[in-house]
Write a protein of this length. Structure first.
Ligand SMILES: [Zn+2]
Length: 673
């Protein structure tokens, strides 16, 4: 049963790994009555053992090596109660029994409530006992476990780990029982149960045990033609991809589990995703790969949270961003712009460093923990090269699997792989908040025998960052990319080129984390959402259209907008929303002298939304629809797309979205006589 682990253990023997204590749990859960009863066996590390249980659970029996011991409730924190037990000197094994009625599942919770709530919940439609919910006694920070789950026959249940056995006894009134083993040191146990239909596929592996792939879907989800099979096939594709890129998948199962709540969790050996989310077409192409990859980053190598969470950035880089790179250079560029755009929207006072990022609790944190951290890996790969980057990733996995690692362990792996110090690189990107505001202030060139010598004056705010920067040289007939290195607040950089360039652009493809200038920030809808002084212009006269437009404006803006005439839309002192039917909108744009409906949107969907930069005024956002009903259909979805510049809807369904490209200013080259 340890066949998969043996190669790892032989290659990297570790006392820390062997010492993890094992927790034995026998769990009985009846979701309909929400009754939970657990028998636990463990060897506490200390004689004076303290453990936490949810307030709904009462300890009913406790013995040490078969003899009764006293267990007392101690302090309480929120819904968590600490219990205390003093073990007799010679006793090894502690046996605990506890039971209670869990809180009911509240389907009105949103993802944030679920992430922050952490109370175990049960219901016949689905149960979730999260790792931090106090439903088991934790023997140590990291521990191995064996869990037997017993449920009514119409329910299925699982925890992360290897499925050792599974049985269904009797009919209807019978029970389902499954036994799971997690042999590696885990940092907690999440238990999920539901009235699921289970599908399975075995994924063969050349040099390791096969992986058991499963879907645990609700009946209606499972009935969608091809959906469960698609998840099984795509899970296999991702597991094979990352097995090759990083190192052998360290587990023998991977399951896609449907949640009645709008969650999105990646746990070892499984992902727990909201049933509604699982239906969305893009989940298999993006989120599934991201969650599969967390089996290596986060659940295979643990995060030392005290020193900053590196796993979201690395996972975003190797999943979400890598998929964009394989789609096209433009798609990858659009994602980098999105990161910088989101970051530019964060007020300077809210900037935090990567060392301070723990988890996605609010938008400002996500802009750093996901965007900046992913960009760090883009820059690192540009700095040390593709090959050293790949071997650094593999080395990090090999030395750190099932250990707790920090940014400095990543640094060490990439330093070994590249044979160079990356201290300055990691220090500035991990420890400093914000980013450099760097610009080329002048470009001068003089002719030489070989072509031309170009001198760039590069400036950034002090204290300066050490930057490896791409510069585009523009010639009359072509363009060429060169890299420069700067580390001072003001610096002259010379480049020898074969011909006289006419202009230069600094980092036009946005490959470096930095503060973009205003002119490089295409308007996105978030500017309307947070506007302090917004305007609404009605393009159409029909009362039902005007009514729908007012409702939409109230939903989009956080404050009530002023009315402005369609002819005055370029004169608003804050962001303007122009709403109406297609023909009326086209006429209003023409009257105002603004660019017409963008070609890529024209004729598509039942409603279109786009932003227009107004050269000498506040930006205008346009909502243009086929009819009043198509406008009303946007009420729910529209506020969710603040990061976008344009959207196409069919009814309430988003068909396409995007951010306008960011123009990089061209600095003309002054040619010396
Ligand atoms: Zn993630």
């Amino acid at each position: 049963m340890l066949a998969v682990l043996l190669p790892i253990l032989f290659l990297f023997p570790s006392a820390a790994r062997a010492e993890a204590p094992t927790l034995e749990l026998a769990v009985e859960l009846d979701p309909a009555t929400r009754r939970l009863a657990v028998r636990a066996d463990l060897s506490p590390a200390s004689r004076d053992f303290r453990f936490e249980l949810h307030e709904a659970l009462e300890v009913t029996a406790a013995t040490a090596d078969g003899k009764p011991v006293a267990v007392r409730p101690a302090e309480r924190r929120g819904f968590i109660r600490t219990w205390q037990v003093a073990l007799p000197p010679a006793a090894e094994r502690l046996h605990l029994e506890y039971a209670g009625t869990l809180p009911a599942l509240d389907r009105t919770l949103d993802h944030r409530d679920v992430v922050q709530g952490l109370s175990p919940v049960a219901s016949a439609e689905g149960s979730f006992l999260p790792s931090g919910g106090g439903w088991y006694p934790r023997p140590a920070a990291l521990f191995a476990y064996n869990v037997t789950l017993t449920m009514p026959g119409n329910q299925r249940a699982l925890v992360a780990g290897r499925l050792k056995s599974e049985e269904l006894a009797g009919h209807g009134s019978g029970h389902y029982r499954a036994r799971f083993e997690f042999a590696q040191p885990a940092d907690g146990i999440d238990l999920m149960a539901g009235p699921w239909v289970v599908r399975e596929k075995m994924m063969p592996r050349a040099s390791a045990e096969p992986v058991r792939l499963r879907t645990y879907f609700f009946r209606d989800l499972d009935a969608i033609p091809g959906l469960a099979e698609g998840y099984l096939d795509d899970s296999q594709r991702y597991l094979e991809r990352y097995g090759k890129e990083i190192g052998t998948y360290p587990f023998t199962e991977f399951s896609v589990v449907a949640s009645p709540l709008p969650t999105g969790f990646g746990m070892p050996t499984l992902t727990y995703l909201g049933a509604d989310v699982l239906k969305l077409p893009f989940i298999r192409a993006t989120s599934l790969g991201h969650e599969v990859l967390h089996n290596w980053w986060g659940n295979g190598v643990y995060v030392d949270f005290a020193q900053g969470n590196w796993s979201e950035g690395l996972t975003t880089f190797m999943a979400d961003y890598a998929y964009k790179e394989s789609e096209s250079a433009e798609a990858a560029g659009a994602m980098r712009l999105g990161w910088l755009r989101d970051f530019a929207a964060v007020p300077a006072g809210d900037h935090q460093s990567l060392a301070d990022f723990r988890s996605r609790t609010h938008g400002a944190a996500a802009a750093v923990g996901y965007g900046k951290a992913a960009m760090l890996f883009v820059m690192l790969r540009d700095t040390i090269g593709e090959e050293a980057f790949r071997s650094g990733i593999r080395a990090f996995w090999q030395t750190q699997n099932f250990r707790t690692a920090s940014w400095s362990d990543l640094q060490a792996a990439f330093e070994r792989a590249s044979g160079r110090s990356l201290d300055a690189f990691f220090k500035q990107w991990i420890n400093r908040a914000g980013g450099p505001a760097v610009r080329i202030t002048a470009a001068d060139a003089r002719r030489t025998a070989e072509g031309a010598r170009l001198t760039l004056a590069v400036e950034q705010n002090a204290p300066a960052y050490a930057l490896h920067l791409p510069v585009q040289l523009v010639f009359p007939d072509r363009a060429e990319m060169r890299w420069i290195d700067v580390d001072k607040a003001r610096q002259a950089v010379t480049l020898d080129v074969v011909a006289m360039p006419t202009g230069v652009r600094l980092d036009p493809e946005l490959q470096v984390w930095r503060m973009l200038g205003q002119e490089q920030l295409p308007p996105i809808l978030r500017q309307w959402v947070i506007a302090r002084n917004p305007y609404l212009a009605q393009a159409s006269a029909a009362p039902d259209v005007r009514e729908a437009s007012v409702a939409l404006a109230q939903r989009l803006f956080e404050v009530s907008p002023h009315a402005i005439a369609p002819g005055e839309i370029t004169k608003g002192s804050g962001p303007v929303l122009l709403a109406g039917l297609h023909a009326d909108v086209d006429a209003a744009l023409e009257r105002a002298g603004l660019p017409p409906r963008p070609e890529r949107l024209a004729g598509r969907g039942s409603a279109q939304v786009w932003t227009v930069a107004v050269p000498a005024g506040a930006p205008v956002a346009v909502i243009s629809a086929r009819d009043a009903e198509s406008l009303r259909a946007l009420l729910r979805p529209l506020p969710h797309y603040g990061a976008q510049s344009w959207l196409v809807f069919e009814g309430a369904r988003l068909v396409e979205r995007g951010v306008w490209p960011a123009p990089t200013p061209l600095i003309p080259v002054r040619a010396a006589p």
